[in-house]
Ligand binder design. Structure first.
Ligand code: ATP
Length: 245
């Protein structure tokens, strides 16, 4: 679902992400970890062609679309439906004066999906939200609810890949566990491919199959999550693990 080779992203000539190889197959979960500024979000955004003013080189294929050479129309189709981005503060991306139900209906219609009341209620119920949430405005829901709504919308649009930037950052610990359980369930049930960007090694150890550790734009270590977290080869990974509470 995601295939990346020799990806390099530069801002004003400065190399901020250098990822030789990154693959995420159906039903797989790969996590990118590293401290703030290490290039995680830049890598994620570049996969959907969303880095502004950046020079991007290398090969990027997402759901079979060659992101660097695709037409704007092909990219819109990819981003809107097949590959969904779940951001750190999803409320900020939602129009404040639009009820969540109206927003969902518009998005579903735009992509030719079933936008009936029942289909929308099923979509939010799949992420354990009460359908009543569809009557609310973005400021009337919590960060966790907004993230779950974003996931519900992605699924209703038929997403095959979810790219999530700090998917649980806005959430308290209990809700965090719920969202992680939800993502695990969805990937098992629907064969969803997940790429997560996270500071949270504890979260990563519960959900990811493979991990990439980034430092100053470079991938310093990668491999199966169990191996990387149990026997870190790079001193930086050991530092990150030692910083865990
Ligand atoms: N639009 C931009 N223009 C110029 N530099 C940028 C831009 N976006 C990011 N950068 C720089 O790229 C580097 C990597 O940033 P990035 O946001 O990818 O890191 P990150 O690991 O995701 O950090 P965080 O965990 O804080 O989100 C940083 O030095 C940042 O200042």
């Amino acid at each position: 679902m995601i295939e990346v080779r020799e990806l390099r992203v530069r801002y004003g000539g400065r190399l901020v992400a250098d990822v030789p190889e990154l693959d995420v197959g159906p039903g797989e979960c790969v996590a990118i970890v590293g401290e703030s500024g290490s290039g995680k979000s830049t890598t994620l955004l570049s996969l959907l062609g969303l880095t502004e003013n950046a020079e991007v080189s290398g090969e990027i294929r997402v759901c079979g679309v060659d992101v660097r050479t695709a037409s704007p129309r092909a990219l819109r189709g990819l981003r809107g439906a097949r590959a969904a981005l779940v951001m750190q503060s999803p409320q900020a991306a939602l129009s404040p004066a639009t009820r969540l139900g109206v927003l969902m209906r518009r998005a579903l219609k735009l992509h030719g999906r079933d936008a009936g009341e029942q289909a929308m209620a099923r979509a939010v119920a799949a992420v354990m939200l009460d359908p009543e949430i569809l009557r609310r405005y973005p400021h009337e829901v919590s960060g966790g609810q907004a993230q779950r709504f974003a996931i519900a919308l992605a699924l209703a649009l038929g997403a095959e890949v979810i790219l999530a930037d700090e998917p649980t950052s806005a959430l308290d610990v209990t809700v965090q566990a719920e969202v992680v359980a939800l993502l695990c369930r969805l990937r098992a049930e629907r064969g969803l491919a997940l790429l997560l960007v996270s500071h949270d090694l504890a979260l990563v150890s519960t959900i990811a199959d493979r991990v990439l550790v980034m430092k100053d734009g470079a991938v310093v270590e990668s491999g199966p999550a169990a191996t990387v977290l149990a026997e870190p080869a790079h001193p930086y990974t050991r530092e990150l693990l030692e910083a865990l509470p």
